[in-house]
Design a binder for this molecule. Structure first.
Ligand code: ADQ
Length: 459
């Protein structure tokens, strides 16, 4: 079996606990077959960079490179976070375009490409992750790498018209065509990418599903990412989970718990979610004192203005709903801006009668899958899921909502709270089957076997 080389902006640094599904999935793949995990060390150095630092953990060789302060600003904060992230999440209005930032992004991709090349042996399989490294394949090819390169995009690929709003879209598209296999979360993303390549660059679709563009033959395919459902189910029954859920359970007494867990990000639809919960209480007096919303959302990327605005908006909305509806013994929204261990989250998911996962756009959304996997099969809760989360493409047994429709979401919460155990069980059984069918092992195995089954077929 050929050696696997994974490149991602952040790695699970050696010695650190791997938080989140992705780090665990990639770590497992590398541990299984041996290989290299290449990426940013997380360190920012004032000027000169030190090249690559190597560390070994079991079967995995970590190869880590620092960023200079200027690179961190231009590549990571300005271009990846302020241009690519909003545009890929359909928010051209929030994007900031800056040529200098793009130049730094391209330069970091080139520099990282050269560093990575030093580590490669001819039979290696290279798997690049996410929007930070759209030009990394191109950088490897420019330096003479002829082996296979796969790429997986964790966030959505927007419709052609939106992607084309990026002033550097042509350069990015050319870069993406340097990968042999491009993996996306959903069929919708594959369709968006293919249509963009056809309309903007005259790509030709071949009978075998490949695309001919910029003189390359590439394949674009959906590989929905998943979780390890058994691990989440056992975490939900762990001591830590039980302690958290018992303590919270005592506080909320017999009230129903509605839960949201997200990174604080404008793509997650948090204001609309709080408004929907407020609307529910405004309209239905009977529910006052009988239901609690727990929203856990630790801040991310706070240095970017849009995130500061979001934080203020959430504080204001929580204050409004709590001010209008609280009484001496009950506060409707508990909003917590910090993160918790995966065990505690699993315990809270299991306690919650309703899981609210309502992003405006999301590549997949693993919280939706974790919520399902954490449920008690005898008495499961109800998942309310945005139709614009990648997860919705296959999790059709959830209550699907339009996250912009505040009234519709308020109705969905009411319906979920009133749903019979029979209907809850029926929906959960179907959703759990889907979570099992597309778990994280299937994701990486399907991707890697598709990549390894491809020849290097440049025309
Ligand atoms: P994210 O946008 O980070 O991931 P998501 O898929 O929900 O979104 O994954 C977040 C992970 O972090 C989950 O495992 C979750 O449990 C955990 N998490 C979230 N909030 C937390 C909190 N408050 N405390 C502790 N842990 C928390 C990107 C894309 C997604 C895609 C994933 C994987 O944006 O669409 O599903 O990558 O490809």
């Amino acid at each position: 079996m050929s050696r696997l080389i994974v490149a991602s902006n952040r790695t699970a640094n050696p010695g650190e606990e791997r938080a989140g599904g992705l780090a665990v999935a990639l770590g497992d793949a590398l541990a299984e077959r041996g290989g290299v995990w290449f990426g940013w060390s997380g360190e920012i150095v004032p000027r000169e960079t030190r090249g690559i630092r190597l560390a070994v953990e079991g079967n995995i060789d970590f190869a880590l490179a620092d960023l200079t302060a200027a690179e961190h600003q231009g590549y990571y904060l300005d271009f990846a976070n302020r241009a690519l992230w909003p545009v890929f999440h359909y928010r051209v209005d929030l994007a900031v375009f800056d040529d200098a930032a793009f130049d730094t992004y391209a330069a970091v991709n080139r520099r990282f490409g050269r560093l990575l090349l030093q580590l490669l042996r001819p039979a290696d399989v290279v798997w690049v992750h996410d929007y930070h490294f759209l030009l990394l394949g191109d950088a490897l090819r420019d330096n003479g790498w002829r082996g296979r390169i796969g790429f997986f995009l964790h966030i959505p690929f927007p419709p052609a018209e939106i992607f084309a709003a990026l002033p550097h879209h042509q350069r990015l598209a050319r870069g993406m065509a340097a990968f042999d296999l491009l993996g996306f979360q959903t069929e919708r993303d594959v369709g968006n990418f293919t249509r963009y390549m056809v309309e903007e660059h005259g790509a030709e679709r071949l009978d075998d599903g490949r695309i001919k563009v910029f003189d390359h033959l590439i394949r674009a395919q959906a590989f929905p990412i998943g979780i390890d459902p058994d691990e989440v189910a056992s975490m939900a029954e762990s001591e830590e989970a039980r302690t958290a859920s018992n303590q919270l359970g005592r506080m909320i007494e017999s009230r129903s718990l509605v839960i949201g867990v997200d990174r604080m990000d404008y793509s997650k639809g948090l204001p609309q979610r709080l408004q929907a919960f407020g609307r529910l209480l405004d309209e239905d007096e009977r529910l006052c004192g009988r239901v609690n919303l727990l929203q856990i959302a630790p801040p991310s990327r706070e240095t970017v203005e849009a995130y500061r605005d979001l934080r203020e908006e959430l504080d204001r909305l929580t204050g409004r709903v709590n001010g209008d509806h609280s009484d001496l013994y009950w506060t409707p929204i508990r909003y917590i801006a910090r993160s918790y261990s995966r065990e505690v989250l699993a315990g809270l998911f299991r306690l919650a009668r309703v899981g609210l996962v309502t992003p405006l756009h999301d590549g997949m959304n693993l919280v939706a899958k974790e919520y399902i996997a954490a449920q008690d099969p005898q008495d499961p809760g109800v998942l309310i899921l945005s139709e614009f989360a990648g997860a919705a493409e296959r999790m059709q047994a959830a209550i699907l909502v339009n996250p912009h429709d505040v009234d519709g979401m308020a109705d969905a919460i009411r319906r979920a709270l009133e749903m019979s155990r029979e209907e809850r069980t029926e929906r959960w059984t179907s959703l759990m089957q889907e979570v099992r069918d597309h778990d994280v092992v299937a994701w990486r195995q399907n991707f890697l076997s598709a990549l390894e089954g491809m020849g290097r077929d440049e025309t």
